[in-house]
Design a protein around this ligand. Structure first.
Ligand code: EPU
Length: 339
């Protein structure tokens, strides 16, 4: 099957903010050959290639003068199984949450805390997705990527990916590596992580005393659904800012005025502050300007009430950044890719 190339395509359905912008060219790749064909076509049209997954970590601020390639490759397979540890490989285009559910149905533990994260398997390593005390890197074994510079396939080990909080080699070398499939090590033996935030509390409220991984997944789905808007109903890209790392001295200065500051120890005299707390305390929670707004239940999430443009959402983000800088002396870094 060869690639179906379309011109002047609306990307509204392909970005979770639901922003209306056009792509000069658009195609969906179902396998490695189609990815290579897209690269060739982009070159012959003298256009850059922009690869997207679920479009859930993306803010598009204008029409995209590129060939936009949506990864639509599917396939999940067990590569090794010693009865306890199970090596699983999934294609980049697999939607993330159904992949998590598949693993739980197989009796595999490990991904439960990462339930209900929007996006695709191939996008997960880009920003080392994380939630409720677990990050992708904790399960990660390796991935196969296409080097767009030389056209070669390359396997990356965990160390080579240089994962950090919402960061990786692939994010830093944006545009070089095209992730094709990802390998994770899951386990038939549960090692549940219940300590983060309200997970244990929620399980108790559900009347569950000895939780399974599926129970944890259900609890996390419930917590997320309460606070995080469903992109199908209200456009958003999850957390719009990273939680900032500050020195203990900076945290103490803020705490002198705000005793209820929320932060978590992050090693070596550092604290990771809850950006949602800073933004809420600055009065932005529930703020709305036209169709661009700050979610009323989670201040870290910017939302599109319908017709907001990417530029309007970005302008709101800039106002928030400037205000947090002025009030607390803390710099907020934007988390999604802004194009
Ligand atoms: N908080 C507020 N007001 C708010 C939001 C948060 O005061 O409006 C405070 C609360 O005290 C809360 C604390 O911040 O206890 C932490 O809030 P929450 O548990 O909602 O987590 P978060 O730090 O805001 C991070 C991730 C989320 C992830 C959750 C749960 C980042 C940038 N975000 O959010 O990831 O789901 O933890 O682990 O690290 C995403 O990356 O898109 C995302 C949703």
């Amino acid at each position: 099957m060869s690639l179906h190339l379309q011109s002047e395509v609306s990307l509204k359905a392909f970005n979770s903010f639901g922003v209306e912008v056009g792509a000069r060219l658009f195609a969906q790749a179902h396998n490695d050959d189609e990815v290579r064909e897209a690269l060739r076509l982009a070159e012959s049209h003298d256009l850059p290639l922009l690869v997207i997954g679920g479009g859930s970590n993306l803010l598009l601020t204008r029409d995209v003068e590129a060939l936009v390639l949506r990864m639509a490759s599917r396939g999940i397979r067990i590569l090794e199984d010693d009865g306890e540890r199970v090596l699983v490989e999934a294609e980049a285009g697999e939607p993330w949450h159904p992949f998590v559910l598949w693993s739980l149905e197989q009796g595999l533990n490990g991904l439960e805390n990462l339930s209900l994260i929007p996006g695709t398997v191939g996008a997960a390593p880009m920003q080392n997705i994380g939630a409720y005390g677990v990050e992708l890197k904790d399960l990660f074994v390796g991935l196969t990527a296409l080097d767009r510079q030389g056209g070669e396939l390359r396997d990356f080990s965990l160390d080579e990916c240089a994962f950090a909080y919402r960061d990786s080699l692939f994010k830093r070398e944006a545009g070089r590596w095209l992730i094709l499939r990802v390998r994770l090590q899951l386990s038939r033996v549960a090692a549940l992580r219940l300590d983060y935030g309200p997970v244990r509390q929620r399980l108790a409220a559900m009347g569950i005393e000895a939780p399974t991984a599926s129970d944890v997944s259900r609890a996390i789905c419930a917590i997320r659904s309460e606070k995080l808007p469903d992109p199908a109903e209200l456009g958003n890209a999850g957390s719009f800012f990273k939680n900032p790392l500050v020195s203990n001295a900076v945290a103490e200065r803020i705490r002198a005025e705000h005793a209820d500051l929320v932060g978590y120890p992050a090693g070596e005299g550092l604290l990771k502050l809850a950006a949602g707390w800073l933004i809420e305390r600055a009065g932005w929670k529930g703020f709305r300007d036209g169709d661009a707004g700050v979610h009323r239940l989670q201040a870290l999430v910017l939302v599109n009430y319908g017709q907001a443009s990417g530029e309007q959402l970005l302008a709101l983000a800039r106002r928030i950044q400037a205000d947090i800088q002025a009030r607390f002396g803390v710099e907020l870094e934007i988390e999604p890719n802004v194009l």
